[in-house]
Each structure stands twice: as structure tokens, then as C-alpha cells.
Design a protein around this ligand. Sequence first.
Ligand code: C5P
Length: 216
Amino acid sequence: SEFKIIAIDGGAAVGKSSTSKGLAERLDLMHVDTGAHYRTITFALLATGASPEDDLQDTLAALDLKTHLDRRTARLCIDGRVPTEVEIRSPEVNASVSKFAAIPAVRQSLFEYQRNQANVGREEGFRGLIMEGRDIGSIIFPDAQHRFFLEADEATRAARRAKEGQTDSIADRDKMDKARKTAPLVCPEGAIRVDTGPRSLEEVIEHIINLIGTGN
Ligand code: C5P
């Protein structure tokens, strides 16, 4: 049977990660967080002393990208190591991830890797995957069976990021992610918009499952 791909895009603090993780559990699918990919590459580049102004072509070409499956969560393993959550969510990574993510060579180095996650999922025996990010429904899997764009009002997002202790850089990152030339954050054409503001996490998950339909 067909391998199912569900794309979840949206800005920071709209509830993408909790929704994607919850959906992956409910639907028994592999979960791929591409924000974590950009954070992991940023962490690895910062560790080499690189800055976003450098010519990164050779450094990027030398990186060995593999996938480490943690139950249903696929993590990016660079040069034999999966950085910890603390490492990829540090203030340093928060402050520069959107700068690195705006560089075409950086996005190019992840493009094939991310497309190939469908093969990884298949080989691992999953029926499909949920991939979350900023350009999944627009660039990585424009042909996905289901594409959603999550949104929330500013007050809800502010409350969520305060709760996560993540008050730095989010508005700046959104601004940069929307303004960049390569793969900007947009609602992909034909994607279904989901307002997470007035809904609890469980309600968002239920709503999306209803939109996907039964028999899935
Ligand atoms: O999702 P998260 O907030 O962890 O993503 C961190 C950053 O990675 C985003 O602000 C964005 O700059 C970048 N990103 C991206 N494309 C994706 C996912 C994340 O450019 N598909």
C-alpha cells in the first residue's frame, strides 16, 4: 500500500511539535522534525567555528548525515553523533539557526536528506511519516497526501513560548523565515489552515484526524 506523508508547517510556537508528535502516536507513523535538522546543522557548524557569513560549501559537503531512529522519532545524526536537546535548543543555536537556514547551500544539503526520510520510514516498516517544518508542504513534499498549515494569534503564541521558557528570538526568527528568498515560511498552496489558538492540543489533533478522514 501507499506510503503516507503528512506535512505540517507553521511559524514558531504555533503548536507544530506537540501536534506532530501526538499525531504520529495516534496514527502510528514516523515523526520527523526538520526544525531539529536545522538546529543540528547549526550546532555542528558553530562547533567548527563557522559563521553564516562564511563560504560553507566545503564544510557542508564534508558532513556525514545519517538517521538515528528513536522509537518513532527520526533524528539527524551528524558525523556519528546526535546532539542533545539541550545542545540544539541553546540560546546560541536559537540566535543563529535562522541565519544558517536562510543560506541556499545549507538548505540544499538537507533537501535530499529530508526527501529520503520517506525511504527510511519505509525501510523501518512504517506506513507513513509526519514531517514538520517551514517548507515541507511547499518544497520538500509538495506532493504529500495531506498538508496542513498551523497558525495561532499572537497572544496564544506569546503564552506558549513563555510556558516553554523560550522568549528569545522567536519573533525575529519568524520575521527572517518569512522574508528569506529561499524556501520562505508560507502557507503552501492548497494546504489546509488550522487555527490552534482556540483549540487545546487534543482538539487540534482530533480536528486534523477528522480532516484526514477515516480509513487511515
Ligand atoms: O521548528 P524550529 O523552531 O525548531 O525551527 C528552528 C528554525 O529552523 C526556524 O526558525 C527556521 O529558521 C529553520 N527551519 C527552516 N525550515 C524548516 C524547519 C526549520 O528554515 N523546514
